[in-house]
Each structure stands twice: as structure tokens, then as C-alpha cells.
Write a protein that binds this ligand. Structure first.
Ligand SMILES: [Zn+2]
Length: 46
């Protein structure tokens, strides 16, 4: 990959940030699910 080519750099950056955003979305969803599960367990133990 040519680092001096603007189009290639933009495409690479797009792919990187898209992957990163997807990953963060998954992490956020996972943390919401875990929090909901923890709340449900706490409700049961109360
Ligand atoms: Zn290029």
C-alpha cells in the first residue's frame, strides 16, 4: 500500500475508524447487556 497516496490513506483511515466504531458499538451493547443482567440478578437477590 502506498503511504503517499491520499486516496489510499483516506480509504485506510475510513476502514480503521469504521472497524473501531463497530467495535465500540459492540462493547457498548455488551456493557448495557451486562448491566441489565446485573440489575436483574440484584433484583432477584433483594
Ligand atoms: Zn492509492
Amino acid at each position: 500500500m502506498a503511504d503517499d497516496c491520499l486516496l489510499c490513506r483516506v480509504a485506510e483511515a475510513d476502514a480503521f475508524f469504521h472497524r473501531r466504531r463497530v467495535w465500540e458499538d459492540d462493547l457498548w451493547r455488551l456493557s448495557v447487556v451486562l448491566r441489565a443482567a446485573a440489575d436483574a440478578i440484584a433484583e432477584r437477590l433483594r
